[in-house]
Design a protein around this ligand. Sequence first.
Ligand SMILES: Nc1ncnc2c1ncn2[C@@H]1O[C@H](COP(=O)(O)OP(=O)(O)OP(=O)(O)O)[C@@H](O)[C@H]1O
Ligand SMILES: [Mg+2]
Length: 251
Amino acid sequence: MRDNVMDSDLVLDVKGVKKSYGGVEVLKGISFSLHRGETKVLIGPSGSGKSTLLRSINHLTHPDDGKVYLKGEEVTDSNIDKMRARIGFVFQDFNLFSHLTVLDNVRICQIRVNGVERDKATRRAYEELERVGLSDRADAYPAELSGGQQQRVSIARALAMDPDVLLFDEPTSALDPELTGEVVKVMQQLASDGMTMVVVTHEMSFARQAADEIIFMEKGYIVEQGDPQTLFTGAENERTRAFLNVIAEHG
Ligand SMILES: Nc1ncnc2c1ncn2[C@@H]1O[C@H](COP(=O)(O)OP(=O)(O)OP(=O)(O)O)[C@@H](O)[C@H]1O
Ligand SMILES: [Mg+2]
């Protein structure tokens, strides 16, 4: 058992998070932790609470109960702006600023939120665009890019903030199948570079290759969690097995 207080590698510690909507509890006390360099993949049926859990971590959804610690510091309403700057979030629908170029999308939060000087922010933006293979599209507007390219810009934008952790909520599910691969490849590279990430995805090739642990959620609970090898070959829980079979068949 790791000791949280002494554990300097502990990046994210989620403890007993609960959330209800209209009297229905959609998160029933979720706890998990994430260490530096770890990638955890969160799976589960539609409505199981995956997005609500990710959004509760940085208070895009306000949790009713429970606590979230980022590197030992509790995420609270009073420090949320500072905490959000340290928690990268990649959304299903990219969420880029449509009136800004790719370059401005990637540098604006560095400048406005982190107070980084403009030239430095520009250099960092190009580095991150290079990393996602888009440094040649810096002057384009989001509408001029494919969905896969837009999602890679959104990843570059998150990375440019130097986050402690990156959260991905179904980053490829709005993409045509032929564009999914280029985004998955970037995420696999990030995982092998040692980025700390929580990824909601049904891309099982990514889960197999990049996840240190897969967490299976259903109806607001964590039903089972384990390394990909164990879960894919011998999940203990019948519902985990059934779910994995369904996504193996239908992608
Ligand atoms: N803002 C909201 N208001 C009311 N109910 C909500 C809200 N957000 C989520 N819910 C409900 O909470 C439950 C969990 O939703 P959530 O979006 O977290 O599921 P999910 O696992 O991400 O599903 P999906 O795979 O479809 O994205 C669902 O029943 C959903 O209808
Ligand atoms: Mg969701």
